[in-house]
Design a binder for this molecule. Structure first.
Ligand SMILES: *[C@@H]1O[C@H](CO)[C@@H](O)[C@H](O)[C@H]1NC(C)=O
Ligand SMILES: *[C@@H]1O[C@H](CO)[C@@H](O)[C@H](O)[C@H]1NC(C)=O
Ligand SMILES: *[C@@H]1O[C@H](CO)[C@@H](O)[C@H](O)[C@H]1NC(C)=O
Ligand SMILES: *[C@@H]1O[C@H](CO)[C@@H](O)[C@H](O)[C@H]1NC(C)=O
Ligand SMILES: *[C@@H]1O[C@H](CO)[C@@H](O)[C@H](O)[C@H]1NC(C)=O
Ligand SMILES: *[C@@H]1O[C@H](CO)[C@@H](O)[C@H](O)[C@H]1NC(C)=O
Ligand SMILES: *[C@@H]1O[C@H](CO)[C@@H](O)[C@H](O)[C@H]1NC(C)=O
Length: 452
């Protein structure tokens, strides 16, 4: 279920789709469709360091109709100047004003011989596409790093402490498949102390609820990739029959209806906003993102993303339900030597050091919108007694090109042919893997804010 496990799936005009399909066939990839405009953006507006890495051996990529297709890419270049300047100062001020002492989100990855808290045998919750060990990924160096924030001591996640804090509580992860990747990491870590019972799943296994009977703790994941009302016309292979119709001013009932039940939530948006979509406001078409031939105003994904985040934050900050909300920032991908559709891979075995990689412009733009809107909302929220915390995982995740499944999203991809052409996943994270550290941060922020 590639579309299920990935926020990217193909939503394009048919002619583009056909070109892509033909390209796929030409390069002989067995594939289930996924796509991201981001990937096309980033092909056009590369950061220097990626450019150096991708210059070589990418004949397939050059045959793809990348540059000509994407008006958004041009919009995007125009935004480049405004977005490139932030240089972390926003992250610094946000986090420092929150914790008063250290910046949990700036630092480096340091060797950690103790390794992960679980493996593919102790945790049964790992989704096949992220079960890198089982699928045959042979190297294990990527498991032996821990995030070391500048000037702070970040303890390793303590599952017993977490579950004790969560007695009789309810927690939700709200977002796309990266949120599901995140909840599975948490389930795996917690399973050392208590196995959860799965008590609900939707038809597509995208939204689920678990219960920890020993702690009466309820954990949910809600699949709502845009967070607002959206009509998505994609089949299970991610093939789209029509453009997404995205309401920028109506929150998705999937999470709104349950919001009052949650004591804690981790909310995240991101990559789906890069897709082709018709934008609706007040039930009428306001414009679109990437819809040539439709005679609609190109509003840009940044317009939509900002509107939606404003709507969400406004809802949270004004709600009389006093939940503890984390907002997680966007997650970067690490396709190299091509993109997802053109043989891109992620073969690195060690983390980057700070300064070795720059954030791609789409990620930078998204994160800047996130930080700006978060800051406004946090101020309003604290007046209203709502706790809103930033989980700014973008930069620390950017430093982990080694943590993705790559070809090992499939079971033993090279067992029959060691040169097989395999669709790589350089977006989601292996479990165990770098995403486990997101939970270290979650617990640390939780504990710190309770102390205060
Ligand atoms: C970016 O800024 C430089 C000078 O600061 C200017 O020459 C250039 O045209 C700008 N580019 C865009 C795309 O706005
Ligand atoms: C970020 O800021 C530091 C110091 O403020 C500067 O040395 C560095 O060149 C900047 N980096 C970028 C990418 O602008
Ligand atoms: C961020 O904060 C750290 C201290 O926590 C400081 O050393 C660094 O210079 C700051 N960076 C920027 C860009 O302000
Ligand atoms: C776990 O991974 C190993 C390879 O590291 C594999 O041999 C084993 O079958 C896997 N077990 C499960 C339960 O997935
Ligand atoms: C379990 O927790 C819920 C709140 O999440 C609470 O309503 C319920 O009473 C608790 N059950 C028990 C047996 O304590
Ligand atoms: C939405 O449409 C209604 C009726 O057409 C109008 O009264 C209202 O002002 C509109 N609201 C916004 C936010 O445009
Ligand atoms: C595009 O829409 C505008 C107004 O909505 C209309 O005036 C114009 O004729 C349309 N152009 C085409 C080519 O349909």
């Amino acid at each position: 279920m590639w579309s299920d496990s990935n926020p990217f799936s193909l939503t394009k005009h048919n002619h583009v789709f056909v070109k892509f399909a033909v390209s796929f066939l030409l390069i002989g990839l067995a594939f289930r469709l996924l796509v991201s405009d981001s990937i096309r953006f980033s092909s056009v507006v590369e950061t220097p360091s990626i450019e150096q890495m991708t210059k070589t051996e990418s004949p397939e990529a050059n045959t793809l109709p990348i540059e000509e297709e994407e008006p958004g890419a041009i919009d995007f270049a125009a935004n480049e100047n405004q977005t490139a300047v932030s240089n972390d100062s926003a992250a610094n001020t946000t986090q420092i004003s929150e914790t008063g002492e250290c910046d949990l989100f700036t630092g480096d990855w340091i060797p950690d011989p103790s390794g992960p808290l679980y493996d593919n045998r102790s945790c049964l919750a790992i989704e096949g596409h992220q079960n890198c060990m089982k699928n045959g990924r042979a190297d294990s160096g990527y498991l032996y790093w821990r995030w070391n924030p500048q000037g702070c001591d970040l303890p390793m996640f303590n599952p017993k402490k977490f579950l004790d804090l969560m007695r009789d509580k309810s927690w939700a992860f709200i977002g796309d498949s990266i949120s599901r990747n995140h909840v599975q990491s948490l389930l795996c870590i917690l399973s050392q102390v208590e196995q959860a019972d799965e008590v609900y799943h939707d038809e597509e296994y995208r939204s689920k609820i678990w219960h920890f009977p020993g702690h009466n703790f309820t954990l949910s994941v809600i699949w709502t990739p845009f967070l607002t009302k959206a009509d998505i016309f994609e089949d299970m292979n991610g093939v789209s029959s029509s453009e997404i119709q995205l309401h920028l001013d109506v929150l998705d009932n999937k999470w709104i209806d349950q919001y009052r039940n949650f004591d804690y939530a981790v909310i995240a948006g991101g990559k789906w906003f890069l897709k082709t979509a018709i934008y609706l406001e007040n039930n009428s078409v306001a414009g679109c993102h990437y819809c040539p031939g439709k005679n609609l105003t190109e509003l840009g994904f940044d317009y939509a993303y900002r509107k939606v985040l404003q709507l969400i934050f406004d809802f949270i900050a004004r709600s009389d339900h006093r939940a503890f909300i984390f907002f997680r920032t966007t997650t970067p991908d690490h396709f190299e030597n091509g993109e997802w559709f053109s043989g891109g891979t992620c073969k690195r075995k060690v983390p980057f050091k700070e300064g070795e990689i720059d954030m791609r412009d789409v990620d930078e733009t998204m994160r800047n919108i996130e930080l700006e809107e978060f800051d406004k909302a946090a101020a309003l929220g604290s007046e209203k007694g709502v706790t809103l915390k930033l989980l700014d995982t973008t930069r620390l995740s950017l430093l982990r090109p080694d943590g993705h499944p790559g070809p090992y999203r499939q079971f033993q991809p090279f067992s029959k042919d060691k040169n097989a052409k395999v669709q790589n996943d350089c977006l989601h994270w292996c479990l165990p893997g770098p995403i486990d550290s997101w939970n270290d941060l979650v617990l640390e922020i939780l504990v710190n804010s309770r102390l205060r």
